[in-house]
Design a protein around this ligand. Structure first.
Ligand code: GGG
Length: 351
């Protein structure tokens, strides 16, 4: 098989982790008889500063004919965060109907959790985050700007189709793992959207009698991600709650630098997009020490999504093996002093 994959390195450490890992993906693919062509797009904050837009008006047209998309990071000290998100990341997620965001949190062998008493293999869950609506809906506005009576309104929109799509994806995953599902809400306070969410959970659950369902308020869930992370299996949450919870999931499993994600177009009409959960990390940009493993695992998820299981498995196995080896190089976020390229080179030898 042969694939064309769009790459958008983006801002900050995005180009460092994407540029370093593309040859690794090429090797993994070729080793398993898969051809890959990477088509790069230098969109992001630098383009915004020079031309006034993060990507061209017809940006989605450039991506639409690709088999998949790999993105690095967005965020720049001189560009407001809402501009970077609304100028690049969100138009792709929404424009390509990537309703399902899948974010695994795994405590790998050889990685230390900041939580006492946990070791490799103890924590492994996946958060399914609704990805195109909810609290990220572009509905609202500002009035009377600059006056004492200035108003800002931001509405959250939950559609039946979007809510059902994320819930079905999560229930399917729970069934496949023979596991259980935790639905996150704030339905005690948000009596419209979250009560609706609970109702759709109950409807969808009727189709999955084999899946045990637990419901948690997001405040309790945030606490329990730290207090009892080993008890989670498949977690499903709205756009904002999912974003917040996945940062907690990343840190309790050792580092933001290990957390991959996939933004999935479930009906296959448009390309899906894969990206490390971490942002552009301006504090370490240019030092060459960004952890490439979240990008490598995002690539593994990308190949799995394309149906290239062998390539995906090879990348997962290389990462597992590297982390389990106490003598292997690791970047400073994992307590080592290796560079991004050292880690990629050590992975290359394991493919
Ligand atoms: N690697 C993706 C990235 O740069 N994310 C930055 C971010 O702030 N994302 C917010 C979100 O995923 O909603």
């Amino acid at each position: 098989m042969s694939y064309r994959i769009a790459t958008i390195p983006g801002d900050g450490i995005g180009p460092e982790v994407v540029d370093a890992t593309l040859p690794l993906f090429q090797t993994a693919a070729n080793t398993h008889g898969v051809d890959v062509e990477f088509v790069g797009y230098d969109w992001g904050s630098q383009r915004y500063l020079e031309e006034g837009a993060m990507m061209p008006d017809d940006g989605l047209d450039h991506l639409a004919d690709k088999d998949s998309i790999l993105l690095g990071a967005v965020g720049h000290p001189e560009v407001p965060d809402h501009v970077t998100l609304h100028g690049l990341l969100l138009p792709i997620r929404k424009g390509f109907n990537q309703q399902v965001c899948k974010r695994p949190a795994i405590l790998f062998d050889g990685v230390e959790s900041p939580l006492r008493g946990y070791e490799g293999g103890d924590i492994e869950f996946t958060v399914f985050r609704e990805n195109t609506e909810g609290e990220y809906s572009d509905i609202g506005g500002r009035e009377h700007v600059g006056f004492d009576h200035e108003v800002a309104v931001q509405s959250a929109m939950f559609t039946r189709a979007g809510t059902e799509a994320i819930l079905r994806a999560a229930f399917e995953a729970a069934r496949e793992r023979e596991g259980h599902l935790t639905s996150i809400t704030k339905s005690n306070a948000q009596a419209f959207s979250m009560v609706f969410w609970d109702e759709v959970v109950a409807e969808v659950a009727a189709d999955y009698p084999d899946v045990e369902v637990e419901s948690l308020l997001v405040d309790a869930a945030s606490m329990d991600f730290i207090r009892r992370p080993e008890e989670f299996d498949v977690v499903v949450a709205s756009n904002l709650f999912g974003d917040i919870l996945t940062d907690i999931g990343a840190i309790v499993t050792g580092s933001m630098g290990l957390a991959p994600s996939g933004n999935i177009n479930v009906d296959g009409d448009y390309p899906s997009m894969f990206e490390p959960v971490h942002g552009s990390a301006p504090d370490i940009v240019g030092q060459g020490v960004a952890n490439p493993l979240a990008t490598v695992l995002s690539g593994a998820m990308l190949f799995e999504d394309l149906g290239e299981e062998a390539v995906s498995e090879a990348l997962w196995a290389a990462v597992r093996d590297l982390l389990a080896d106490g003598d292997a190089p690791r970047t400073p976020d994992l307590g080592g002093d290796a560079s991004t390229v050292d880690v990629v080179a050590a992975l290359e030898t394991r493919l």
